[in-house]
Design a protein around this ligand. Structure first.
Ligand SMILES: [Zn+2]
Length: 263
């Protein structure tokens, strides 16, 4: 590859716990005018029913939230977690690749003092000599060798660029930031980005299987098979994007790449 290499941008994952889906058109469209308005007494009953249903729903939601740890609505989740960057990121601080993979595969994430998984993500990344960094996808760093796609129609959550091989970028301006940091599947995102790095290292190119199989799905397969990512969680989080769909073929390709066979 030349001076810069393509980057792998992870679109915002579908996360019903904190991503609000767009309101369907039929809910946005104005209702038919009062020609069909119910009689006054009927309307009042409707109102009571609605109140009861609302209260019931509120209790249900409350019960669900109080049974969730950590609560998805805790105040801390609106806080960005500072990520102290240790300079320079790079191979000098990395474990040998096999040891780093074993470390990631068996690593148990924990909540840090902010109640987030940032510290755990950073610990796993550092085994590979990598650092998590906050970036703004919509305002590219002019000093970065990596290009952004100005025509991207999705919103970026995180990205990896082999032009800056030891940085895992988190998009500060993503709609689901910083809430993402407080959910355990943040670790799956980190492991997926690390898999891009490892594949680059093992194959010497960032696109070893271009045109033969979906590289994003191979990357997820690699993260699951060798870096401890949760297959179900990663699959669910990326289910809106066909190119991330793991298959037996992408698993097999990941296995070959792990063995150093790249084509
Ligand atoms: Zn990716």
């Amino acid at each position: 590859m030349s001076d810069w290499s393509p980057q792998y941008v992870e679109p915002i994952y579908v996360k019903p716990t904190y991503a609000k889906p767009p309101t369907p058109a039929y809910l946005v469209a104005p209702l038919a005018p009062a020609a069909y308005a119910a009689p006054r007494s009927k309307r009042r009953i409707d109102l009571y029913l609605r109140l009861i249903i609302s209260v019931g729903f509120g209790v249900l939601v409350w019960l669900l939230l109080t049974n969730t740890t950590p609560s998805p609505w805790s105040a801390s989740q609106s806080e960005f977690v500072e990520i102290p960057v240790v300079e320079p990121a790079g191979p000098a601080g990395a474990m040998p690749i096999e040891a780093a993979e074993a470390f990631a595969a068996t690593y148990t994430a924990h909540l840090d003092s902010h109640g987030s998984y940032v510290e755990s993500g950073q610990e796993v990344a550092r085994a590979f000599g990598a650092e998590l960094v906050w970036s703004d996808y919509d305002t590219p760093d002019p000093h970065s060798p990596c290009r952004h796609d100005p025509d991207a129609t999705f919103e970026a959550l995180a990205w990896y660029c082999s032009g800056e091989p030891y940085l895992l970028h988190l998009n500060r301006t993503a709609a689901t930031m910083p809430q993402v940091l407080y959910f355990p599947d943040f670790m799956d995102t980190v492991r997926h980005e690390l898999a891009h790095l490892v594949i680059h290292q093992r194959c010497g190119t960032s696109e070893p299987v271009e045109g033969t199989v979906e590289l994003e799905a191979v990357t997820s397969s690699y993260a699951v098979l060798y870096l401890g990512a949760d297959r179900d969680a990663l699959g669910d989080a990326t289910s809106a994007y066909a190119e991330y769909e793991m298959t037996t073929q992408t698993d097999e390709t990941a296995t070959w790449i792990h063995a150093g066979v790249c084509w």
